[in-house]
Design a protein around this ligand. Sequence first.
Ligand code: NAD
Ligand code: UD1
Length: 351
Amino acid sequence: MGSEFCKRILVTGGAGFIGTHTVLQLLKDGFHVTVVDNLDNSVEEAVDRVRILAGEDLSRNLVFSIGDLRNKSDLEKLFSETRFEAVIHFAGLKAVGESVAKPMRYFDNNLVGTLNLYEIMGKYGCKKMVFSSSATVYGQPEKIPCVEDFDLKAMNPYGRTKLFLEEIARDIQKADPEWKIILLRYFNPVGAHESGQIGEDPKGIPNNLMPYIERVAVGRLPELNVYGHDYPTKDGSAVRDYIHVMDLADGHLAALRKLFTADEIGCVAYNLGTGRGTSVLEMVAAFEKAAGKKIPVKLCDRRHGDATAVYASTEKAQKELNWKAKYGIEEMCRDQWNWASKNPYGYQSKP
Ligand code: NAD
Ligand code: UD1
């Protein structure tokens, strides 16, 4: 689709985990892409690897700019020099525990950064936005699967930034109907590009399940703490909807397609998940199979604030975005192990 029109897309946070995979798919689909990232939670090497995967020709269509959304001047510079047809906005901080300890850091980065972005987009007449929201806006859902019109609730400052930013988007669009805004609520993104050249590379000890399992598998951590073994689930461990990052990347292309082709969009939310629930212990077993090695586990108390079971209703995205996840947990674990075994220290070459 991109090649027909040569559309240039601004991708904020495009050096990060989901951003790199999405930028690669955008380039392959013929889009021209500008990434803006302050490298707070990423490295430029990740963008270099996207260039290699895209190949010489397509990588010419990628511009990388170091910039911080909290600095309006960084955004002014980008928009005054280039005409963007739409923005995919990944840039943000995402560590739940850190957000509880440092709420101001989260409000400043996620809220101020996004407000600046809307202001400058509006000023330059770029009014098409795909925003990274999260299943966190469902809080601890009373019913599953989670449907987009459920009541929303924040459980922590990180979740509050996503909830506020969804509401802010609705207000902005209501005030100026020229805006078209798609809010994508990701469930649990895991896996990596099939090449094993790009993947998730969290700084410090990972909070999320799959990066933690990965570190145990490569020998950097001794065992996995399984938080909760007395949940009312099939095996006592908590259930989530894990989604392959490449499926997620394709969900962004589907959202862009909708922004460019549909008239009446307004501000609309879609779940990006598989619709299938997998328990922590099932995920461990699938990873053990993919890696061909045992992951030592320790059964621990529940983690504060965790829900028993969360998974998505996928009907709306399927019907209105014509998008459906293709991969199952076997492929997620296969590709994540491929990345981990080739890059045991992430993008760093040495410990
Ligand atoms: P990530 O940390 O790998 O990527 C985010 C990128 O944004 C990083 O490269 C970081 O350096 C950049 N960034 C942060 N603040 C910035 C700023 N002020 N200016 C410029 N760049 C900035 O995270 P990710 O996993 O790729 O997540 C992308 C988005 O998706 C985030 O908004 C996150 O909240 C959301 N999300 C992620 C998950 C998940 O599990 N990974 C789940 C739901 C929602
Ligand atoms: C968490 C966040 C959510 C955020 C998402 C980003 C909380 C309460 N929720 O979701 O807001 O959007 O990350 O990806 O932090 N687990 C273990 N051992 C571990 C790590 C995790 O057993 O070392 C378990 C957890 O208890 C949970 C499951 O694995 O049951 C998935 O955890 P995680 O990957 O952190 O994702 P969420 O909790 O779904």
